[in-house]
Design a protein around this ligand. Structure first.
Ligand code: NAD
Ligand code: TYD
Length: 351
């Protein structure tokens, strides 16, 4: 048996592949276009490991996807590949439509054609697992209950709109063609190999470099943070036991305001790598808010717990400590991802 993973060189995908092969010996075919967000160095520990086959390519390349499905005959496709950064989607939404919408459409069509050739248990057991986000549900008011799977879709950014569109395609391919799909909508992840354009790794690497820590608006926006290996175990649970056609929300039961996240990162760095210049919180700088900035996300993760017995293993305190320590232990990884292209992005976004 084999699984095909897309986007397995990105932040969550690479954590998933590493975690999968720590848990079992089932081979992984990893299709990734290696955009700015894809990094084979995340998978360096798998070099020479026959259980991992990396293929550089685009999910929008139908002939390539067809040939991978025909050659490896996977029992499941786990779809992570996406453009994933809200701020980039504001500057340039085109790539989000291409990969997240058209790319998902191409994968669904390829999967449908392959699945229609399967028979018996192989056909019934096949899964198209679509990895999505809580951002499709829009923004919560302070007293609203957290997002349940039954909430209406109200995406507000080009990123979340493109993910919402892909979720709708996945749903339709199940209802119209019977393709056995499952979708997971997860809250904000953090942990090792997180590209330092996102809040937590950006704050860690900027603090260590003595640079400003840019907090958008009033810093009171709330996210529900989940340690990345908990997301991976949630995906494994849904892949193994989820009902085709169903969606499952995955979250950390951990709502925190951005400013509190930044202060926690600063305090951990003060403890683990004190700066001669004084506390890192001195670098906190309030900057112009993100246009259309969603105020609050929070996940009601009771369905996945009730039906599949999944709960996060890490608390925020254990997860954020591990994360800060990981960045301190991997200065070479950090230095290499801060390439010219990364610096161009910082100039464009932060001036
Ligand atoms: P990421 O940006 O770190 O990685 C995306 C990966 O997809 C990269 O390796 C990139 O090279 C690859 N990719 C992009 N376009 C491609 C294409 N056309 N063909 C093949 N590969 C392509 O993203 P991430 O944070 O790891 O997110 C993975 C998935 O999880 C995404 O679908 C995202 O929407 C979803 N998600 C992310 C979060 C989060 O907090 N990061 C939360 C919930 C859901
Ligand atoms: P981000 O990591 O981009 O994830 P998302 O927008 O998908 O939730 O941002 C998390 C939160 O942190 C979001 O409310 C925006 C905020 N933020 C900042 O305040 N400053 C920054 O430099 C970045 C990148 C994000």
């Amino acid at each position: 048996m084999t699984i095909l993973v897309t986007g397995g060189a990105g932040f969550i995908g690479s954590n998933f592949v590493l975690d999968w092969l720590r848990q079992c010996d089932e081979p992984v075919i990893n299709l990734d276009a290696l955009t700015y967000a894809g990094n084979l160095e995340n998978l360096a520990s798998l070099q020479g490991d026959a259980r991992h086959v990396f293929v550089k390519g685009d999910i929008g390349d139908r002939a390539l996807v067809d040939s991978l499905l025909a050659q490896h005959r996977p029992r499941a496709l786990v779809h992570f590949a996406a453009e994933s950064h809200v701020d980039r989607s504001i500057h340039g939404p085109g790539a989000f439509m291409k990969t997240n919408v058209e790319g998902t459409f191409t994968l669904l069509e390829a999967a449908r054609a392959y699945w229609s050739t399967l028979e018996g248990d192989a056909k019934a057991g096949f899964r198209f697992h679509h990895v999505s986000t809580d951002e499709v549900y829009g923004s919560l008011k302070p007293t609203d209950p957290p997002f349940a799977e039954t909430n209406a879709y109200e995406p507000n950014s080009p990123y979340s709109a493109s993910k919402a569109a892909s979720d709708h395609l996945v749903r339709a391919w199940h209802h119209t063609y019977g393709l056995p799909v499952v979708t997971t909508n997860c809250s904000n992840n953090y942990g090792p190999y997180h590209f330092p354009e996102k809040l937590i790794p950006l704050m860690i690497v900027n603090a260590l470099a003595g640079k400003p820590l840019p907090v958008y608006g009033d810093g009171q926006q709330i996210r529900d943070w989940l340690y990345v290996t908990d997301h991976c175990s949630g995906i494994r649970a849904v892949l193994a036991g989820g009902t085709p056609g169903e969606t499952y929300n995955i979250g950390g039961w951990n709502e925190k305001a951005n400013i509190d996240i930044v202060k926690t990162v600063c305090a951990l760095l003060d403890e683990l790598k004190p700066s001669a210049e004084g506390p890192y919180a001195r670098l906190i700088t309030y900057v112009k808010d993100r246009p259309g900035h969603d105020r609050r996300y929070a996940i009601d993760a009771r369905k996945i717990e009730r039906e599949l017995g999944w709960r996060p293993a890490e608390t925020f305190e254990t997860g954020i400590r591990k994360t800060v320590q990981w960045y301190l232990d991997h200065p070479d990884w950090v230095a290499r991802v801060q390439s010219g292209a990364y610096r161009d992005w910082l100039d464009k976004q932060y001036g």
